[in-house]
Design a protein around this ligand. Structure first.
Ligand code: ATP
Ligand code: MG
Length: 332
């Protein structure tokens, strides 16, 4: 079976609809076709200021959501990144293989650092794509299911794998990004030019899966569209409506063409009201399941302990090979 690995940040507790449709949904599907590793990337969360107790709690909330979304610890490996120290260890080695200019070209870093200002931007945020490369390469992953915003980071991962292999001999599998084009970029409900984002969306622009569904329904109903009235998929001229159609199609299995036909001659209000209902029907059991996992922290922690053990077995093997290849003296 080919192997997949992916991760999600525990930041801010709740996942949003973009995380689910762009990434987590694919993870659930791939646990049956792949040898799958999925993790909560708490090391990555630390790239921006976190309250320690909140981070600890949010990591459990993230894991609970992964299980509630349908990841089954019997069929895939679910773990917390910091439970596997090899991530940070390989991260260092790859930092020393990455050009400063090369890292400086990562557009996500440029965007985030401009927003934060250089004094509040950490070196951790700068090297985060390199840590992400380590995450992926440790597991000899064939594919990495992510949203479209990660495409450039995946390209860096491939470059680093090839560079290491070229310099030290064949060590890493060179992975492919796995991006589902339809849901690669769910946009902010208030500003369809932006992706929906944990760290930068405004409260009204983001659909948090753990919010009261009523709250999310209201946001969907007040999503920014356009002054036209026709319900038609057109990313360029009607990005707001297109985003709603994308979400609707993804949650129901209908095609966008089906929806365009169904809503012919109807207004945006009808589309939004129906989508709010579709979303509520999906989110209600998801929230309930998440709460059930959170109500039983012992079971959750034992799932995560088992996951970390399985992950570590794979990661340790790769790291040992890397340490040997780069010339570290083995500890006796
Ligand atoms: P941040 O903005 O702070 O980076 P995030 O919203 O991007 O947070 P992550 O935990 O970084 O959340 O991403 C988890 C996964 O969700 C990644 O695979 C990412 O590509 C995907 N993803 C994030 N936002 C979207 C979106 N708007 N549409 C589709 N996929 C997304
Ligand atoms: Mg992100």
């Amino acid at each position: 079976r080919p192997r997949v690995l992916s991760g999600i940040q525990p930041t801010s507790g709740s996942f949003h609809l973009g995380n689910y449709l762009g990434a987590v949904r694919q993870w659930v599907a791939q646990q049956d076709t792949h040898d799958a590793f999925y993790m909560v990337v708490d090391l990555h969360a630390l790239t921006v200021v976190q309250d320690p107790e909140a981070l600890r709690a949010d990591s459990r909330v993230a894991a609970a959501q992964l299980l509630a979304a349908g990841l089954d610890p019997e069929r895939c490996t679910v773990f917390i990144q910091s439970h596997v120290p090899e991530h940070a260890q390989l991260g260092w080695v790859l930092n020393c293989l990455t050009g400063f200019g090369e890292a400086s070209r990562m557009t996500q870093f440029k965007d985030k650092s401009v927003k934060q200002g250089t004094d509040r931007t950490t070196v951790g945020l700068f090297t985060y794509p390199v840590l992400m490369a380590a995450d992926i390469l440790l597991y000899q992953s064939d594919a990495v299911p992510v949203g479209g915003d990660q495409r450039q980071h995946l390209e860096l991962t491939r470059v680093l794998a090839e560079r290491f292999n070229g310099r030290y001999g064949e060590t890493f599998k060179v992975p492919d990004a796995f991006i589902v084009p339809e849901t690669a970029r769910i946009t902010d409900l208030q500003d369809p030019a932006l992706k929906m984002s944990k760290s930068s969306s405004t409260p009204k622009g983001i659909v948090n899966l753990l919010d009261e569904p009523k709250v999310s329904a209201k946001k969907i109903k007040s999503a920014v569209t356009d002054t036209d009235t026709v319900i038609r998929y057109d990313e360029e001229n009607k990005p707001g409506v297109s985003n709603l159609l994308t979400i609707y199609a993804a949650l129901t299995g209908a095609t966008v063409a089906d929806l365009e036909q169904r809503y012919e001659g109807k207004g945006y209000g009808a589309l939004k009201t129906d989508l709010a209902e579709v979303y509520t029907e999906w989110a209600t059991p998801f929230r309930d399941r998440t709460r059930e996992y959170l109500d039983d922290p012992e079971t959750l922690d034992s799932i995560l302990a088992k996951g970390a053990e399985k992950a570590r077995a794979v990661a340790a093997e790769t790291l040992a090979r890397v340490y040997e290849r780069v010339g570290f003296l083995p500890a006796k």
